[in-house]
Design a protein around this ligand. Structure first.
Ligand code: ADP
Length: 314
C-alpha cells in the first residue's frame, strides 16, 4: 500500500515493435498538481490509459489512490475524475442531457455544483453535441470530470480548444481542487499550459521519464539572459573567460549573453567598454524543456544546458 496518488513501477507497453512506454517509474503525491509533459507520441495517453485499465501493460504495475490499476479499476473510476484525450459523446444528446447522463451514472452528484461549473466555464448546454465546437465539447468533459469533486483528477490534454479566458477559469478550478485536498495529474505537450499551475512536472520522451522537477527549482536553475548595446563595436571574445556563460552572440555593438549564476564577472568584462544600454530577460524555462524534448537532448544522468547542478533524473 502506498500513499501516493499515482504510483507506477517499471510500467512498460509495447505495441508490436513500438515501445510506447519503457520502464516508467512515476510517483505523484497526494495534494499536488503534477504536470505530465511530453511531445506528441511520447507516451502520455498510453500512461493514462494504463492507469485506468483501458489497456494492459506489457510489464510493470500501477496503483491509483493506493488501489491496483487492474484489479481495483472500478473502485478507482468511482473516485477519480477523468478527461480523456479523445472524448466520445453521443452526438444527438444536448449538452444538458449529456451532463445529466454522466451525473446519473455516478449518482449522488451535487447539481448546484454542476450549474456553477457550467456557468463558470460558460458552457452552452442547450445545443446538440454534434453542433459543438471543440471548446464546448471540452467544457462538457471538464464538467463531468469535476462534478463529483473527485480526490484525483486525471486530465489528458484538457486545454484543447479553450479560449484564453476559459483557460484562466480552468486553472482556477484546478487550484481550488488542490486547495480542497485533491490531486491533479495534468498531461500536456506545452509547458506554458502547466507552468503557472503545476507544483511539479515530469517530462516524458519516447516512453521514458527523463526528468521530474519542482517548477520552483527549474525556475531557479533556468538560464538568464542579458542583452548589451555598446557605444562601439566589440570583439567577439569580449566575454571570454567569464564563468557561468552558456551562450554568447556578438554582432557589432550588440551582444546577447545567456548565463547562469552570479552576474558580477560578466558585468566586469562588459564595463571595460562603454555600455549604452543593457536589458535583462526573464529566465527562460522553455529553453530547458525544449532540450529535454529534443531527441538528442540529455537522457538519464546528463544535465540539460543551463543546468550544471544535477537535476532529479530517473
Ligand atoms: P502521447 O499521448 O504522448 O501523444 P501516446 O501514448 O498516444 O503518446 O503514444 C505513444 C506511442 O505509442 C506513439 O508512438 C504512438 O504511435 C504509439 N501508439 C499509441 N497507441 C497505439 C496503438 N493502439 N497501436 C500502436 N501504436 C500505438
Amino acid at each position: 500500500m502506498t500513499d501516493s496518488a499515482i504510483h507506477t513501477s517499471g510500467l512498460t507497453k509495447n505495441y508490436g515493435s513500438v515501445t510506447a512506454l519503457a520502464d516508467l517509474n512515476l510517483d505523484v503525491q497526494r495534494g499536488e498538481i503534477f504536470g505530465f509533459l511530453g511531445p506528441n507520441g511520447a507516451g502520455k495517453s498510453t500512461t493514462i490509459r494504463t492507469l485506468l485499465d483501458q489497456i494492459r501493460p506489457t510489464a510493470g504495475t500501477a496503483t491509483v489512490l493506493g488501489l491496483d490499476s487492474h484489479a481495483d479499476s472500478l473502485a478507482i473510476r468511482r473516485r477519480i475524475g477523468y478527461v480523456p484525450g479523445d472524448l466520445a459523446l453521443y452526438p444527438n444528446l444536448t449538452g444538458a442531457e449529456t451532463i445529466r447522463y454522466f451525473a446519473r451514472l455516478r449518482g449522488g452528484v451535487d447539481h448546484v455544483f454542476i450549474d456553477e461549473l457550467a456557468g463558470r466555464l460558460q458552457a452552452d448546454l442547450s445545443k446538440k453535441v454534434k453542433e459543438y465546437s471543440t471548446g464546448n465539447r471540452q467544457k462538457i468533459g471538464l464538467i463531468q470530470a469535476f462534478m463529483h469533486r473527485p480526490e484525483l483528477l486525471i486530465l489528458d490534454e484538457p486545454n484543447a480548444g479553450l479560449d484564453p479566458l476559459m483557460q484562466q477559469e480552468f486553472l482556477k478550478l484546478l487550484a481550488e481542487a488542490r486547495d480542497a485536498g485533491s490531486t491533479v495529474f495534468l498531461s500536456s505537450h506545452t509547458l506554458s499550459e502547466v507552468e503557472r499551475i503545476a507544483d511539479r512536472v515530469g517530462i516524458i520522451r519516447d516512453g521514458q521519464l527523463v526528468v521530474v522537477e519542482r517548477i520552483d527549482d527549474l525556475k531557479r536553475k533556468a538560464v538568464r539572459r542579458l542583452d548589451f548595446e555598446f557605444a562601439r563595436p566589440v570583439a567577439p571574445d569580449v566575454f571570454s573567460g567569464v564563468s557561468g556563460l552558456r551562450d554568447v552572440a556578438v554582432d557589432g555593438v550588440h551582444a546577447h549573453v545567456s548565463y547562469e549564476g552570479p552576474v558580477t564577472e560578466l558585468l566586469r568584462a562588459a564595463s571595460t567598454h562603454e555600455v549604452v544600454n543593457l536589458t535583462s530577460r526573464e529566465a527562460d524555462l522553455e529553453e530547458i524543456f525544449l532540450t529535454y524534448y529534443r531527441k538528442d537532448g540529455p537522457v538519464s544522468g546528463e544535465a540539460a544546458p543551463g543546468q550544471k547542478e544535477s537535476v532529479h533524473v530517473r
